[in-house]
Design a protein around this ligand. Structure first.
Ligand SMILES: [Zn+2]
Length: 427
């Protein structure tokens, strides 16, 4: 099985590569970079990438695949189909399944389901505490041995500093990053959108930026104390990114990710009471969005992750107050990154690839991924930066259609997705 990706522009930020190269893949691995006039083995299948960008496979550090337990919203197979259609070769599902992924058996089950689907790689994130209820640490070592790449109690953040300190000490022993959805619920409980002028106007209960900032600062102090690697999930506030910037300058082992909706939409989008604008953390006001863009630009933010959170239409068809948090995101992320970041000049293509591939691989220690250097695994995302297209919820590969970006026009898309040397998606 030989595949030659010919005529493309190869960008691999980790290798400092940014020019035309042909890529030769054999048995699931990259075996050579060839000049575009250099001869290639005659028995290789040729994929024409003329005019396209060839990048290391994109890795989404934060998704919800709902299996086991809520297969009416998504399955690992349907989530992986949405992932590869969006250009993601690997996804990292959060542990808030039912039951919670707090043990090796569930971690193994998720990986097995992904293998059966044969689309994207799945690297599960295990729970920090048993049942994510904040009381007792989960068996991190066993989950790691089964394939978990990080730990998190996403959605039900570890409520007290004492438990988080023990969690970081324990996770450090296993070399597992600790991912926190930073939200001090004593400040945000009952809130349904960002607390500010718009929430007052709409008469909806707010979640203050402060709730994220306080937890982020708490965890940064604990990371400094314990030496653990702390990763902030879906950072959304000025205060939190400023805290990360300071921490990085101090040499503390902290990283963070941002979602496409937080660099695109403002809290005023909630004005129509569309429940597909309800997510946690909520859409923020302009000062926060500006701070996020600045942090994407200056390197404070390390990764783009979707927080893909499918919900059935009936569940989202409730009043704003009662609808669940979350939106789908796997198929719109690359389009949004092009529209809002690349084409507006916030970042260049190499930085986009760093945010979606090189850095995510480093953050979760995914060996042989996030690069296309010779010997690495052949996960490849091929991009057409100029393709104009429209996203439609009805066409989504996800089982759920809860995206606020229905009918949005984009310029730029992933057009071919290759996982382990196999073409798994072609637009
Ligand atoms: Zn979360």
């Amino acid at each position: 099985m030989k595949l030659l990706i010919a005529g493309g522009h190869l960008i691999d930020p980790k290798e400092g590569q940014n020019s035309g190269k042909n890529l030769l893949i054999e048995d699931g691995k990259v075996v050579a970079w060839l000049g575009q006039n250099e001869s290639a083995p005659e028995d290789a299948e040729v994929l024409d990438a003329t005019g396209l960008i060839v990048a290391p496979g994109f890795i989404d550090l934060h998704v919800h695949l709902r299996e086991p337990g809520q297969e009416h919203k998504e399955t690992i197979a349907s989530g992986c189909a949405a992932a590869v259609a969006g250009g993601w070769t690997s996804v990292c599902p959060m542990p808030n399944t039912s039951p919670i992924n707090d043990n090796a058996a569930i971690t193994r089950y998720m990986i097995e389901q992904a293998r059966t689907a044969g689309l994207a790689n799945v690297f599960p994130v295990g729970a920090i505490t048993k049942s994510s209820d904040g009381a007792e640490l989960a068996e991190m070592g066993e989950m790691k041995a089964a394939g978990a790449v990080a730990v998190s109690d996403d959605g039900r953040p570890v409520p007290n500093a004492g438990m988080m300190r023990r969690a970081m000490e324990y996770a450090k022993d296993f070399d597992l990053p600790v991912v926190d959805h930073c939200e001090d619920k004593s400040l945000s409980s009952g809130g349904v959108m960002h607390e500010g002028k718009v929430s007052l106007l709409l008469g909806l209960k707010g979640m203050p930026a402060l709730a994220e900032e306080i937890d982020a600062v708490r965890d940064i102090i604990l990371a400094k104390e314990t030496g653990a690697h702390f990763h902030i999930a879906h950072v959304s506030t000025r205060g939190a990114v400023e805290a990360v910037r300071r921490a990085k300058n101090e040499g503390i082992n902290v990283t963070c990710e941002v979602t496409p909706h937080h660099f695109t939409l403002l809290d005023k989008t909630v004005e129509g009471y569309d429940t597909n604008t309800k997510m946690s953390p909520p859409l923020r006001s302009e000062e926060h969005l500006e701070a996020i863009l600045e942090a994407i630009k200056d390197g404070t933010i390390d990764a783009i992750a979707t927080d893909h959170a499918p919900h059935h239409a009936d569940e989202k068809a409730l009043e704003y107050d009662r609808a669940p948090f979350g939106i789908t995101g796997l198929e719109t992320a690359v389009g949004l990154a092009f529209n809002e970041l690349v084409h507006k000049g916030v970042i260049d293509l190499a930085r986009l690839i760093e945010l979606c591939a090189s850095n995510p691989a480093k953050i979760f220690n995914l060996k042989g991924r996030g690069t296309l250097k010779v010997g690495s695994l052949a996960d490849v995302t091929i991009i057409n930066p100029n393709l104009e297209w429209t996203y439609r919820n009805a066409d989504s590969k996800s089982k759920s259609k809860n995206s606020p970006f229905d009918d949005w026009h984009f310029t730029g898309a992933a057009v071919t997705t290759i996982v382990g040397g196999k073409i798994v998606y072609r637009r």
